[in-house]
Structure formats: C-alpha cells, structure tokens
Design a protein around this ligand. Sequence first.
Ligand code: LLP
Length: 432
Amino acid sequence: MLYNHLSINEQGHLALAGVDTVEMAEKYGTPLYLLDEMQIRTKCWTYVQSMRKHFPVGSTALYAGKALCFKQMYPILKQLGMGADVVSTGEIHTALEAGFPASMLVFHGNAKTDDDLRYALDKRVGWIVVDNPEELERLNELAGEKRACQKIMLRLTPGIDPHTFEAVSTGKVDSKFGLVIETGQALEVTGRALEMKNVELMGFHCHVGSQIFDSKPFLDAAGVMLSFMAEAKQKYGYNAQVLNLGGGIGVRYVESDPEEIDIDKVLSELSNYITNQCWRMKIFSPAIFLEPGRSIVADAGVTMYTVQSVKQIPGYKDYVIVDGGMTDNPRYALYGAKYTAIVANKADRPADFPCTLAGRCCESGDVIGENIALTRPERGDKVAVLTTGAYNYSMASNYNRFGRPAVVMVCQGEDRLVVRRETLEDLTRCDV
Ligand code: LLP
C-alpha cells in the first residue's frame, strides 16, 4: 500500500482509515470522493508545528484552497491556526461562508478584475498578492476610493525551473505569473508600491511549481528572493517583513515515486539556509509564509468507481471502463499524471490484469490511467483510485452534463457527507 492509512480488512476490502471503502461506495453511490479527515489534520499540524519550530514569529502556513475547496475544510484550518490562500471570489466566498476570518486570507491571481479587487477590499481580505503593475495601480485607486490601506505582497518570478510537469511550473522567467526579477521590472514596481498611499507593501511572494520532491528548488528560490530583498533594501531602504515561498511539496501517486517527503526536514533545511543568507546579506530575517495544497490533501483522498464493462481487444489492449473519468479526474488527460488503482472489493487478490482505466465521457482521451495493474474485475466491482484528494474535486467539470460526485469525509470510523452529489436539477439550474 502506498500509505499507512490504507489497509485491507477482513472482507478483503480496501479500507481508508479503517472505514470500508466498498461500503461507502454502496452507501453514497459512485463516483465518490472519500477523504480521511485525520490525514488532512495531521498534515496541517505538521506544517503548523514545523513552522513554529523553525521560522520567526508571524510565520504562517496558508492552505492553498485550489487543491480542494469546500466549506468544511475551513473550520479544520481555523482550528489548527492556519491561514488560507484563495484565488477567486468563489474561494473567498466559500471560506467566509464557513466562518473563516477574512484577515487570514491571502488573495492570489494573475488576472484579478476590478470586481474581484473591490470584493476583496469590501470583505477585508487580509492580504492581496499583486501580480502585475496594472493591478497595483488599480488596487491603489480602488483602495483609495474606499479610504482603505490594503496590505499587499508582490509576486515575483525568481527564474527557477523545478523540473516538474511543464504546465505546473510557474517560477520560470517566461512564466505568465508575477513580476520578473531578471529584467529589473520587480525592483521598479517595488519602488512604485512604496510610494503609494493606499497599499502597504509587506513583502514578496514566489511559487516555483508543484509536485516537487527535493528541497533544492525551494532553497534556490529563497536565495534569489533574499538577494532581491537585499537589493530593495539598498535601493529604497526598505525592509520586507514577509517572504512567502508558495507551495509545491510533492506526494506519492505510484510506488515508483520518490519516498514520502519529510516536511519537517525540508522546513528545517530551509530555515537554516534563510538564517545564514540573511546574516550574510545583512537583512532582517523575514516571517515566512508557505502555501501547501497538494501535500495537505492529496494522500487523504480516494475516488470510488463502479466498473461498467471490461473491454478486451486481443493483441491490442484491455480496458476497464468505469462510471467516472476526466470529469472527476482530468489529471491524466491534462498532465499524463499517474495513479495507483485497486479493485476495492477484491483488494486481497493479485493484481495481474494490466489495463487502461477509462471513463464514461464521449472522447478517447478520457482515461484515468494506462498500464494499471488490477485484479481482473467484472461489472459491478468497485475500483478505488488512490491519492486523489488534491486537484480532482477542485478540477472536476460538468462535461457531457455529468453531475459532480459527492465528497465524504471519514474520521474515527464515522463517515459524513461534506459535498452532496449534483442532481439533474443542479445541472439545469442556471439555464434560462
Ligand atoms: N501557491 C500558489 C501561488 C500556487 O500557484 C499553487 C499551486 C500553490 C500555492 C499550491 O501548490 P501545491 O502545494 O499544491 O503544489 N492542477 C495542477 C496543480 C496546479 C498547481 C497550481 N498552483 C495539478 O493537478 O497537478
């Protein structure tokens, strides 16, 4: 098993935190997202504790809601003392509806509209991460109209390539995100922000990419950002209070992925590096913000499907076709991402049937994985796809007018619905 919270019970069924996944699939129907709440809480707590241990006062772990966002995530974060990274008015709305404090929200986005900025100002979102010069000018004006002074950070591209999927690498010089350090743009815009009356520049942000297994890209990014801070200090006498290093720690999807990352070890290394660099560059040690998403929720999740057919094409390939697919998990179609799958009601039998796990959408690219080894299933069997807590529900779509699946949390032997399944009525709700 990829993770310790997964096991096989006496019935030979896959269990998540001791809860029978087959029973859950029968109770709530499929496709179904299952989440192990303790696993999420443990990951949150690891970040909170490690950050307290290694970084200066004021350092904060912000959960990146883009990985998995629904109302019941937010009380968990609030209880554990985390903030949240939000990227849309929809994510802000979800957090606030769940009673999460606006002051603990950090608002991102590379194309925030005037309406987005007004909404964030009205709701008194704690911090706005400004992506580009146009946004900075507009935010200063809008905050002025509201007689507010908004705390901001500037998003910079440190020019680091973390060698992950191309589509999720965001810190390179030619990225669509942020202000470029290399060309001098970032320094110039910093000067402009410091002159403004209605924004207060708290520091700088970068995010180099996602699904990273090695501390090096984080240290490299921190190094570039600290040199930039030293430059800003020299040029403007400005001491940044906060350095936000984004998210990006990777998780295991398949056995061949690197060993699970020791988050505390990476943060300890990062802290030592930052302390040394600050001392060397003669700048104040900033508070550190981190924005983990995937590493908090991915391994807590399992998606359950029901097999509809097994299509064997001798001499070509064998398909196992299930009642979900790219509508609930578009990551193979988008990134060629790999997954581990198990026939959950036959979890104790050998997985000796290599197949393509395909979905029900009307296109050939609707595949969850290729060369997946399963126990040979038959119609009605339940297939569990592991490590689906991040970027699955949050990236789900209504393509072909399929309703989005329900989300169920399991905790200490109990299960509870946290997002109900979309009905046919939901699908036509906005049609006029
Ligand atoms: N902060 C910022 C500014 C980000 O852009 C992201 C992710 C995060 C934090 C969280 O990164 P994480 O810890 O989850 O790696 N849909 C893709 C992932 C896109 C990530 C986008 N930004 C996927 O399914 O792999």
